[in-house]
Design a binder for this molecule. Structure first.
Ligand code: ADP
Ligand code: ZN
Length: 621
């Protein structure tokens, strides 16, 4: 009963029929003035959890948010909904600032967004302390924890908010936090009595795929990314690369094939970044090729694919990055390319960081867990959700593993041979030479090498079968690639695990590539991929399957929206999401009342745009 006003606000302002998942519980807690820690997956609808209580409770809601881009987007979207929102960030000129303060101090704001740095300034804090606050929301709260994957020292100062604003309920929100990170958020932010609400991490509209890179080189990965994008023409997506150079090179290569692709990384100056972000948000079918500097808070709802040209750093990062696809609830894809050399690189990078050893150890473990998932043979969505602590998760039915369960080959014996060879060779050789050794094909072999018991014991397996086995051992941490200044050498990994393999207590299974184990096939022949492509494209074609008149209406609505967005200088989805436009095109409403019943059409938008939308639907322009 108490929630009725909240539900009414959700309907009237947002045009959503009802709360979903944990939203109603969290809103109820906030309305009752209690602290909350909320872990909801990306796209799970975190923002209304504090926006509605901020509107309904007396006073202004203060929202701490890490990025200016995120803030301005949220504030724009709120204004479109008719909510009194503003932001205080370093991008404002003095006059705009004064204006925001005037509104806040007159009690005319429902929501004020601020960065953690802004809040760290004493004079800002003191000025805010004089205001009546409805609540404080801390977005991307995992940034406070060094056990999380994106620790930001700035966030540490947020620990004092409880003391600075006694009696003001606080809510910390994040999309990714394992149990340890959650505990750390609670203690760092002094949310000791907060109710903790962890939603399911399921993202049923995302279909996940992971592909092993065919070869370690950049060009092969770039080529594969180009293929993947060519098959998704006209769709908007994000491609993550491990390096700035990588983003530039790939964006250029894509642009050369006519894809509206842009590079984005922290090395660009701020104006350039803003411009590229704006283009990505505004242009249909734009592709952003970015480092991880891009994304947090980028709230574009119709991203249809996220491709990792280089793998992410952890399962948290994976889920967060992939989670930027399909926020509108429509189908989207997450495709990750990975290889054994990537994990070697990841481990090296962690080792080079300036961090206490225990934090490094956490990150190494997180990296290994990620590769185990990518290279594993069980449902990807289930692996991720289990990692986040969900129990009894059913297979998703849509990931590559669920769609085409891999045949597993028991290669324990081959693994024993490979491990023994590396042991005998004492870490002196790289992967190619170890394979030559195993297959007895070392050119001008030295007598001492030929005399080893492991020389030629692997003749029954083709070289690329051996490559698979060794890659897998690297990913499982049974072998390690010592960088050796760009000429990597194979050495042994976890000694206890290796003993278990020798004893046969630990079995090694890899995905079966039938001809890879036939020594009669030519070595070095690139592996052929089977399946995958066709049904992926079929799913992506769902929209194309709509009747022609619906598609025409949708295109008219989209054209109308594009013009309006340009006029108002906001991203198109701030006006209406694609999903809402599709619904309108399908429903073909003939009156304002009918239009108002469509999800995503709230009162403010109905008043402002209703007539234009009906005109576009009826094509009377
Ligand atoms: P998050 O911040 O958790 O990633 P958002 O708050 O941006 O998610 O919400 C994601 C999308 O879901 C937005 O488009 C939002 O309008 C929509 N949404 C949120 N709550 C609801 C709801 N109760 N019913 C329908 N759509 C909703
Ligand atoms: Zn699955």
């Amino acid at each position: 009963m108490r929630l009725e006003p909240a539900r009414e606000t959700l309907r009237r302002v947002w045009g959503h029929a009802d709360f979903r998942g944990l939203q109603s519980t969290i809103v109820g807690e906030m309305l009752a003035g209690r602290d909350v820690l909320a872990v909801l997956p990306t796209g799970g609808g975190k923002s209304v959890c504090y926006q509605i209580p901020a509107i309904l409770r007396p006073g202004m809601g203060l929202v701490v948010s890490p990025l200016i881009a995120l803030m301005s987007d949220q504030v724009e979207a709120l204004k479109q909904l008719g909510v009194a929102a503003a932001r205080l960030d370093s991008g404002l000129d003095p006059e705009e600032r004064a204006n925001v303060w005037r509104e806040a101090e007159a009690g005319r704001l429902d929501l004020l967004y601020i960065s953690p740095e802004g809040l760290a300034q004493n004079h800002t804090l003191q000025r805010l302390q004089k205001l009546k606050l409805a609540l404080i929301a801390i977005d991307e709260a995992h940034c406070v924890s060094q056990w999380g994957h994106d620790f930001r020292p700035d966030y540490r100062t947020l620990g004092r908010l409880g003391e600075a604003f006694p009696g003001v309920p606080r809510i910390a929100l994040t999309a990714t936090a394992d149990a340890r990170t959650r505990d750390d958020i609670r203690s760092s932010l002094h949310l000791d009595d907060a109710g903790v609400f962890v939603d399911s991490f399921a993202r049923p509209n995302l279909s996940l795929t992971a592909e092993r890179k065919e070869t370690a080189g950049r060009t092969a990965a770039d080529k594969r990314v180009k293929e993947l994008i060519a098959a998704r023409r006209g769709k908007s997506g994000i491609v993550y690369c491990g390096s700035r150079d990588g983003t530039e090179r790939l964006a250029e290569a894509l642009a050369a094939t006519g894809v509206p692709a842009l590079a984005y990384h922290a090395g660009l100056d701020a104006r350039d970044r803003d411009r590229r972000l704006a283009r990505f948000l505004a242009e249909d079918g734009a592709v952003m090729v970015a480092t991880i500097a891009f994304g947090m808070g980028v709230d574009k709802p119709d991203v249809r694919f996220v491709i990792h040209a280089d793998p992410p750093g952890s399962i948290e990062a994976y889920w967060q990055e992939i989670g930027r696809g399909g926020r509108d609830g429509e189908p989207a894809e997450g495709i990750t390319l990975y290889g054994a050399s990537d994990i070697a690189w990841a481990l090296r990078r962690i080792d080079g960081r300036d961090m206490p050893p225990e934090v490094k150890a956490v990150q190494v473990r997180k990296a290994r867990q990620l590769y185990a998932m990518l290279d594993g043979s069980s449902c990807r969505a289930r692996a991720v959700r289990t990692y986040f602590g969900e129990e009894g998760v059913a297979p998703c039915g849509t990931c590559d593993i669920c769609r085409a369960p891999p045949m597993l080959a028991d290669v324990t014996e081959a693994a024993q041979k490979a491990l023994a060879a590396v042991q005998r060779l004492g870490g002196r050789l790289g992967r190619g030479r170890v394979i030559d050794h195993l297959t007895g094909k070392t050119k001008d072999v030295r007598a001492d090498e030929a005399a080893l018991s492991t020389y030629g014991i692997g003749k029954d397996i083709a070289p690329r079968g051996w490559r698979d086995v060794i890659d897998h051992l690297l990913i499982e941490g049974l072998m390690i690639e010592d960088p050796n200044d760009g000429k990597p050498l194979l050495t042994l990994g976890d000694a206890e695990a290796i003993r278990a393999v020798y004893r046969g207590a630990r079995k090694i299974h890899i995905r079966h590539q039938p001809d890879a184990y036939d020594p009669s096939t030519r070595s070095g022949d690139p592996r052929r991929r089977k399946g995958g492509g066709a049904d992926r494209e079929a799913r992506a074609a769902a929209f194309d399957a709509l009747p022609m008149d619906v598609r025409n209406r949708f295109e008219r609505l989209r054209a109308w929206r594009r013009g309006l967005a340009a006029e108002q200088n906001v991203p198109p989805y701030v006006i209406f999401h694609d999903k809402t436009l599709v619904d309108i095109a399908v429903e073909e409403p003939g009156s304002l009342a009918a239009l108002g019943r469509i999800a995503g059409v709230g009162q403010a938008k109905l008043d402002r745009y209703g007539r234009d939308v009906l005109a576009a639907v009826a094509d009377v322009s």
